[in-house]
Design a protein around this ligand. Structure first.
Ligand code: HSE
Length: 437
């Protein structure tokens, strides 16, 4: 058997400690699979004294990850530090520049610097593997980078954030408010230290930026993504969705259109019959539409120490085996420029919830505004909130509209006119409906 592959692990949080444990439990299996043993020879973290429940005594300790990246003691540098700059970026660049393979779970780093890091890896003849960066334990990077190579992808979409899916699932199942569900997600340790990144959609956007590049062979473009989080979703929307045959999910969607590629993250109405609608709790799911294969859906744990370590270990095994694939599916120098399709040109159905003053002619006014904007309505339903019918101009009543396929700019224009007519009390709620064939 070839000599052991020496691994240095930077960052010994939940994932780092799980990786050390996994390699000790499944070391023999991985060695048989890869034709060579994998051995953690060095580690780096801030606090040397902390008990992480794993034996680190045989490993060389580095307090500086950059120093470890430059050390001759390792063949593979595993970056589990996090962040799109600072020590994570410095150490990854140092390792690649020295010709050391890198495995990372860092979606923020790849979303920001992925193309430049891919170029550096390829120039130095080493791997940059990142299965754990997108949807944790789901093997979606390998699937897109290798297994679906014989397809032209038209769309990739998914539930890429377990915290948001947990919150939406509980809001639906138990009728609990957004705030209470978020507090529970934090208590259970699902949410990031700063939950804003989860609930405002940034975490999903980082993962989507990577998937887009893999799907379409384009340069990563993380600052052109349309992002809307889940903070405006109410139990009223969730109930209405249920009655109309939908569930609400935070999706990241990348789709080829006539004008370019759409990258969007937003709460989405998905038909209850779709595979994605059935993904509950902290699970993630990614669906890829390929021209030859059709739709492929992968489901699994998107976070957590063990699941994420499983993906990191697979990346290390690939390196041990000698598998070499261009970092982003095509060599960095051959990636196409990303052409952004503007959100206002987005086409689809829309759910709109209006708080309408209950007076004669209000419905007619709303329907006229929609018709003038060229929007065809599938349904319009008033959901009385308990005010007696004979009280005119009393509390506004919720009215739900479902549109046929239209454009975002038409919907926005119609809503602006409706607001100017004084028939609605608040800003309308608007949720896009995703076409799932
Ligand atoms: N906080 C993320 C989630 C996991 O809730 O899915 C790491 O990206």
């Amino acid at each position: 058997m070839a000599k052991a592959l020496k691994v240095g692990v930077a960052g010994l949080g939940t994932v780092g400690a799980s990786l050390v444990r996994l390699l000790s439990v499944h070391g023999a299996k991985i060695a048989k699979n890869a034709g060579r043993a994998v051995e953690v020879s060095a580690v780096s973290a801030r606090d040397k004294t902390r008990d992480r429940g794993v034996d680190l005594s045989a490993m060389t300790w580095f307090s500086d990850p950059v120093e470890m990246a430059r050390s001759a003691k390792i063949d593979v540098f595993v970056e589990l530090i996090g962040g799109d700059s600072g020590p994570a970026e410095d150490s990854v660049r140092a390792a690649l520049a020295r010709g050391v393979h890198v495995v990372t779970a860092n979606k923020a780093l790849l979303a920001r610097h992925g193309v430049s890091l891919a170029g550096l890896a390829e120039a130095n003849g080493v791997c940059l593997n990142y299965e754990a960066a997108v949807a944790g334990g789901i093997p979606i990077v390998k699937t897109m980078r290798e297994t679906l190579a014989g397809n032209e992808v038209s769309r990739v979409y998914g539930i890429l954030n377990g915290t948001c899916n947990y919150i939406l699932t509980r809001m639906e199942a138990e009728g609990i408010s957004f705030e209470d569900c978020l507090a529970e997600a934090q208590r259970l340790g699902y949410a990031e230290a700063d939950p804003t990144f989860d609930i405002e959609g940034n975490d999903t956007a980082h993962k989507l930026a990577i998937l887009t590049s893999l799907a379409f062979g384009t340069k990563i473009s993380d600052d052109t993504i349309y992002i809307e989080g889940i903070t405006s979703i109410t139990t009223a929307d969730i109930q209405a969705a249920d009655e109309l045959g939908y569930r609400i999910k935070l999706l990241g969607v990348a789709q080829r259109t006539d004008t370019g590629i759409e990258q969007r993250v937003h709460p989405t109405m998905v038909p209850k019959s779709s595979a994605i609608a059935r993904i509950d709790g902290v699970l993630n799911a990614v669906a890829v539409d390929g021209d030859f294969v059709g739709e492929v859906v992968l489901v699994g744990p998107g976070a957590g120490g063990s699941a994420t370590a499983s993906s990191v270990a697979a990346d290390i095994a690939d390196i041990a085996r000698g598998d070499r694939t261009p970092v982003l599916g095509a060599p960095a120098g051959e990636l196409e420029d990303y052409i952004r399709a503007r959100m206002r040109k987005h086409e689809g159905g829309y759910y709109i919830r209006l708080a309408v003053y209950d007076r004669p002619g209000a419905f007619a006014e709303i329907a006229t505004c929609m018709a003038t904007a060229g929007i065809s309505l599938e349904s319009i339903v008033q959901r009385r909130n308990g005010t007696p019918y004979d009280v005119q101009d009393a509390a506004p009543q919720p009215v739900i509209l479902i549109t046929h396929e239209t454009t975002e700019e038409a919907v926005k224009a119609a809503l602006e006119v409706i607001l100017s007519k004084g028939v609605v009390a608040d800003q309308p709620q608007m949720i896009r409906i995703e076409n799932m064939n």
